[in-house]
Write a protein that binds this ligand. Structure first.
Ligand SMILES: [Zn+2]
Length: 281
């Protein structure tokens, strides 16, 4: 039973108790590639990091783990860009698998750190805030937040613009990023997942958690989408789509509005099932 629970936690990806082993796919290198226009994938096999490359420097979304920093740096350089040109760091949410590398990246590049207001304190405290799950979040090096973002706020650099959408529940400040690139609507989902151990009913540390998930799904359902992306490659079948990149004339495999809607509906169903299970207890 312990083993099964442990595996369930690992497969969910986004939260890991202290001392647990990390999935190999989180740290395994993966070929960096263009998603569309000036939007690139620079993450590992499963931990998604994105680079928005502009003439005025770059925006990096998701610093991933502390040990991810050299991998992200290599990926950026393989694409022909300079790591030192990263000017802004953004995150999907304040969990170690998406933000633990931020402090080191900022130290190396001097980039500014923009984080959704509701996750900014967790980021500045290194994940030591009281958790609402049984077990602990993995802590990460604290990093100073230069700008606290509000829902709908725009982040612009060198002619590119990302919009921060508050999609809370998974964390209070969980952020889904959107961007128009090559005439396509890119949506990078922050996380709609209810991790094992999350308390949705009578949660004293996060009283509004269930209502926040409702808001998250409302927002995700309403976003216009062409390019379906997310904080983990597994959200959008990144590996399978990446192999289709090699096929010439096959169209952009990351354009997948149907896959997006299916994924969001599936995650919403999972949330409702878990909420009903906890309400019945
Ligand atoms: Zn997470």
């Amino acid at each position: 039973m312990r083993l099964i629970l442990h595996l369930a936690i690992l497969s969910f990806g986004s939260v890991i108790s202290a001392g647990a082993q990390l999935p190999a796919s989180w740290t395994e290198p993966f070929p960096p590639h263009k998603v569309a226009g000036n939007l690139y994938y620079v993450g590992s096999r499963d931990l998604a990091s994105y680079l928005v490359a502009t003439p005025a420097g770059h925006i990096l979304l998701n610093s991933s783990l502390e040990e991810s920093v050299p991998l992200i740096r290599d990926s950026i350089e393989k694409l022909g860009f300079k790591f030192a040109d990263v000017k802004i760091v953004l995150i999907s949410h304040a969990h170690s698998d998406h933000c633990a590398g931020s402090a080191e990246i900022i130290r190396q590049t001097g980039a500014k750190y923009f984080v959704m207001e509701e996750d900014a304190t967790a980021v500045e405290q290194g994940g030591t805030l009281k958790s609402r799950i049984r077990g602990d979040y993995r802590q990460f090096p604290p990093a100073k937040v230069d700008r606290r973002l509000k829902d709908g706020e725009k982040v612009s650099l060198g002619g590119s613009m990302l919009v921060a959408h508050l999609t809370p529940g998974h964390t209070r400040g969980c952020t889904t990023w959107t961007m128009q690139v090559d005439g396509l609507n890119a949506v990078i989902i922050g996380s709609p997942n209810v991790n094992p151990g999350y308390i949705l009913v009578n949660n004293r540390d996060y009283p509004g958690i269930a209502g926040d998930y409702e808001r998250c799904f409302r927002t995700l359902r309403a976003l216009p989408v062409d390019l379906f992306l997310g904080a983990h490659g597994s959200y959008y079948d990144m590996e399978k789509k990446h192999t289709r990149l090699q096929i010439t004339g096959g169209g952009n495999p990351f354009v997948d509005p149907e896959g997006y809607r299916r994924y969001v509906a599936d995650r919403e169903q999972a949330f409702r099932t878990e909420l009903a299970r906890q309400q019945a207890r």
